[in-house]
Ligand binder design. Structure first.
Ligand SMILES: *[C@@H]1O[C@H](CO)[C@@H](O)[C@H](O)[C@H]1NC(C)=O
Ligand SMILES: *[C@@H]1O[C@H](CO)[C@@H](O)[C@H](O)[C@H]1NC(C)=O
Length: 356
């Protein structure tokens, strides 16, 4: 009896000791700068990734949604893009508390997350990544960022924001499919626009390219962390085959794996910063990873649509009239000049919102 209790206390003490050293320093072989995983920042960015799922665009644009609070208070949205044709949503804004531009991408919003996950098994490495011979990616993820209304809207918002605010850091985030888009966006901003201070943190991101792509990516955007959670199935897909390491999909580094340890009432979440291979066998690859529910909550934050899974959205007509533009395909961009404060309309209410 007594011995048992001491054992529990001793194990608990070990777990705590293991978990306190959360901000690890890693030496990146190219930059010489130490790049460390910042737990505090990850907990902030997961809230931005979560807000990207909000379909009441009035609340999102004015940053008054229920998820637009807590660690993200005071954020100012500069641009909000809804690509209706491809069911994509993304926003750009300024987080003064981080001294950064934050760009966030919504994950898939199709009818069933199960179907989307099943399809991931069959995604082909069928698209050459331009500018890097032998780098292959999946065309669907690539085009979601590169060949939709998303990219031009984001690039223009980043340029406008930097013109007004100066050289802020750029932090790109997203969950699931949104994590894949965040990676393509971070790489694009660093390569095509030569921005130096780009960081990417994704949550539950699938694999997006082959080994050549992964090493190209990590040389150009070394300040990248892919957070994975417990048995989340999505980071295991599309599959990686360790016996054909160069022929198949491969994650870029660096994974940070969250997992629970302990027993009974002593459950503790450990945050493990993984090795530089991208496919650390002692991180999420050490478990079978078949869980959908572990995909939908990271750091206690919900990462899915609160209401319904569809591409519909609502926005108050006056706000839409002041800030919105629609292209001939029905895609919408809501954008504002960083220099001019947002007009606070009397009653931003989703009751009066028009639904599209
Ligand atoms: C981690 O990020 C937070 C939020 O940006 C920042 O305040 C803090 O200084 C960072 N910590 C380190 C060790 O860089
Ligand atoms: C890019 O998008 C346009 C318009 O949606 C489409 O017509 C075109 O085929 C796409 N390009 C490729 C290579 O898929």
């Amino acid at each position: 009896m007594e011995r048992h209790r001491w054992l529990k206390v001793a194990i608990f003490a070990c777990l705590v000791a293991f978990s306190v050293g959360r901000e690890f320093r890693l030496n990146h072989k190219h930059s010489g700068d130490a790049i460390s995983f910042n737990h505090t920042l990850a907990e902030i960015l997961v809230q931005y990734a979560s807000a990207a799922y909000i379909s009441d665009l009035t609340e999102l644009f004015t940053w008054t949604c229920s998820r637009c609070d807590d660690l993200t208070q005071g954020f100012e949205v500069i641009e909000l893009v809804v690509d209706v044709q491809h069911c994509l949503q993304s926003y750009v804004g300024v987080a003064k508390s981080l001294n950064a531009i934050v760009i966030a991408f919504r994950g898939t919003q199709e009818n069933s997350i199960q179907n989307w996950i099943e399809d991931l098994y069959w995604k082909q490495l069928d698209q050459m990544y331009p500018g890097m011979p032998d780098a292959m990616v999946h065309h669907g993820f690539y085009f979601a960022y590169h060949n939709t209304t998303i990219r031009p809207a984001i690039v223009s918002a980043v340029e406008r924001t930097r013109k007004f605010y100066g050289n802020l850091d750029i932090m790109v985030t997203g969950h699931s499919m949104g994590g894949a888009m965040a990676a393509f966006c971070g790489l694009d901003l660093a390569v095509s626009h030569n921005y130096q201070n780009v960081q990417v943190i994704t949550f539950g991101q699938p694999r997006i390219g082959n080994a050549v792509f992964a090493s190209y990516y990590s040389n150009i955007v070394p300040n990248t962390f892919r957070v994975t959670n417990g048995n989340d199935i999505v980071p295991h897909l599309p599959p990686f085959y360790s016996y054909f390491p160069r022929k198949t999909y491969r994650h870029f580094p660096r994974e940070v794996w969250l997992y629970d340890v302990g027993f009974g009432s002593f459950i503790y979440q450990v945050e493990k910063v993984c090795d530089g291979s991208g496919e650390d066998p002692s991180c999420s690859r050490s478990v079978s990873g078949k869980s959908v529910s572990d995909h939908l909550v990271y750091y206690g934050v919900e990462l899915s649509s609160p209401a319904w899974r569809s591409c519909r959205f609502v926005m108050d007509p006056p706000l839409a009239a002041s800030y919105g533009m629609t292209d001939p395909n029905g895609n919408r961009v809501f954008s504002r000049d960083p220099e001019i404060p947002l007009i606070r309309l009397k009653e931003p209410s989703s009751l009066g919102g028009k639904s599209w």
